[in-house]
Design a protein around this ligand. Structure first.
Ligand SMILES: [Zn+2]
Length: 461
């Protein structure tokens, strides 16, 4: 018996299109093998009625915010014109209340929902660090460890983007509700990151990145230090999400957020601007010029009323778009892709705004799918996103007989998946060649749901 596993779906998505009768060979190390004749003694896994595609990469997530879904969709009485109050209040309440085990429980449920939707990697923008009174835990990365454990327990690959958070904002009084987020200075922040990198060394499916929270929460002095660090770690940051952030940045520095980051030398290829909703043409040019990534999170941007990511201008300028589930308002990365394009159609009053113009039926779908796979992987510094030799065999399958897909031809299938598929059509999901979801079921589903339900009851009853 060899240690090679061969997955045989009806259709396999490789090199930008579906191939009939093609199979995916995976070595004992969980990596994709070059195409070739069936090796002797290989384990064959037949997947009839399925199409197999590279796993989706979720570029931006705050896992614990899964808890506030459905609890923020109203304007609180007495909050005046502050329509953001109900959301912020619910987020702080959850952030203040959770003990380490509960951070695990909340995160695991979010990650489970991701895996079931075909997501195989997540960039977790993690900002919950300290005890409720603000003192660091004895093991200072304790909460990051819980989040990582939650991801690995459901089989998800994780990049822990360790957030740096210094203050409530420019000329904004200290906010005690942010105590769990704040590190005392940039050295304390960086030493926690370094420790986490050391602790995770050699851990399969886990890596670490830098995440200065935003120009609001991180002052220039921190950003200057971070810009001086020449390393391999990806750098993610919330940028230009809401107009207030732009106003405050201009008031403090006389510059808009992207202009400030450019001046400080933070913009480069491994930099990802999360959101980039309110950017000028010049700021788009700055991001594009260095091939930076932009992570759009349309379901959250829509939910919070942030605005529309000008993805057409950003892509035109050379930025690489990827996608994130952010606040977990919904968890469906293909729907994020659909919404990114959909919002642009509504705003530009035309169709197929992001179509690369090849005149093919699947050109636009392929571009959007790339955002949810290859571009996300690049933004997180992962070798995943495409099923090419030596890449980790991270993939998902879809049921070709599912009511939302039936009738598609190989040439229309990708557009059918990107623009119309119900995520319930996802059937198998594998990370490093190992199936973590089989026939739409995950072995931890029941346990995770039960624990999460009990936690939600404790917090909200
Ligand atoms: Zn975010």
């Amino acid at each position: 018996m060899s240690d090679i596993t061969v997955y045989q779906p009806d259709l396999l998505y490789r090199l930008g299109r579906f191939h009939e009768g093609s199979s995916l060979q995976v070595g004992a190390d969980g990596r994709v093998l070059p195409e070739g004749p069936l090796p002797q003694g290989a384990r064959i896994v037949r997947l009839p009625g399925r199409a197999l595609l590279p796993g989706l990469v979720n570029g931006h997530s705050h896992a614990f915010q899964r808890l506030i879904r459905g609890r923020t969709e109203y304007v609180a009485s007495g909050s005046g014109t502050d329509d953001f109050w109900s959301w912020r209040e619910a987020m702080y309440r959850a952030a203040e209340a959770l003990n380490p085990e509960e951070v695990y429980t909340a995160s695991r449920q979010a990650f489970l929902e991701m895996v079931l939707a075909g997501i195989t990697s997540v960039g977790e923008f993690h900002y919950l660090h300290h005890q409720p009174d603000g003192r660091p835990y004895v093991e200072r990365n304790a909460l990051a460890h819980e989040v990582i454990r939650a991801a690995r327990d459901v089989g998800l690959r994780i990049v822990l983007l360790r957030v740096g958070y210094a203050r409530a904002g420019f000329r904004v009084p200290e906010n005690p509700r942010q105590r769990r987020f704040i590190d005392k200075d940039v050295d304390a922040y960086l030493s926690s990151v370094e420790e986490l990198v050391r602790e995770m060394e050699g851990q399969a499916g886990v890596s670490v990145g830098l995440a200065p929270h935003s120009v609001r929460a991180v002052p220039r002095e921190w950003l200057t230090v971070l810009a001086g660090i020449r390393g391999q770690l990806p750098v993610h940051m919330h940028v230009a999400e809401q107009p207030k952030e732009i106003e405050a940045c201009v008031a403090e520095y006389g510059l808009r957020p992207v202009e400030l980051l450019e001046e400080l030398g933070l913009l480069e290829e491994r930099f990802t601007a999360v959101h980039a909703v309110h950017v000028t043409g010049e700021e788009a040019r700055m991001l594009g010029e260095v091939n930076a990534s932009v992570c759009a999170c349309p379901s959250t941007e829509r939910n919070l009323g942030d605005g529309i990511v000008p993805a057409d201008r950003l892509v035109g300028a050379g930025a690489r778009l990827c996608l994130g589930s952010d606040s977990q308002a919904t968890v469906d990365l293909l729907d994020e892709a659909r919404q990114l394009e959909g919002h642009l159609r509504l705003s530009r009053v035309r169709r197929a705004v992001l179509d690369p113009g090849h005149g093919t039926v699947d050109g636009l779908a392929a571009r959007l799918f790339e955002m949810g796979t290859v571009n996300g992987a690049r933004s997180l510094g992962l070798p995943t996103g495409a099923l090419v030799p030596d890449a980790p065999a991270d993939f998902f399958t879809v049921d070709l007989h599912h009511p939302s897909l039936v009738g598609a031809s190989p040439s229309s299938l990708l557009a059918g998946i990107v623009f119309g598929m119900d995520k319930a059509a996802v059937r198998e999901v594998a990370v490093d060649g190992r199936l973590v979801v089989r026939d739409g079921q995950h072995p931890r589903m029941e346990e995770s749901g039960r624990d999460f339900h009990a936690l939600a009851r404790r917090l909200y009853s």
